[in-house]
Design a protein around this ligand. Sequence first.
Ligand SMILES: [Zn+2]
Length: 134
Amino acid sequence: MQFRSDIFWKSACGRCPDCSAKVRGSADCTGWLARLWDTPAHCSGCGMALRRKEGFFLGAIVWNYGLTAFGVLPLVLLAQRLEWIGSVWAIRLAVGAIFLVPPLIHAFSWRLWIGTYYAFLPDQLPSGGRRLDD
Ligand SMILES: [Zn+2]
């Protein structure tokens, strides 16, 4: 198994991992707010299913949780540790972060998950022979 970083970065940057068409906001949704948390069901360029069948979303949840728990919350702890903020504000910021950050990075988490999945399994891409409807 080889990790294809080119596929991962294409997806992380909002492009289809297969055909490189711009995915974000081009298919199902319009408006900047909708693009924050909505990942189109299919690529507008090649028709590849981006939101696959049940259970596929679990990888996006892992990315979302990981970025929130290990990316954002340590910054709050660091700010408290450096005494930039007090303990009460650290708790307030942490509680606010756990409610606000996940919805704000939802689509980004999906892009990272899709990129991770197809970077490890590039033969699952439609150009590799997989059906488009799964
Ligand atoms: Zn595509």
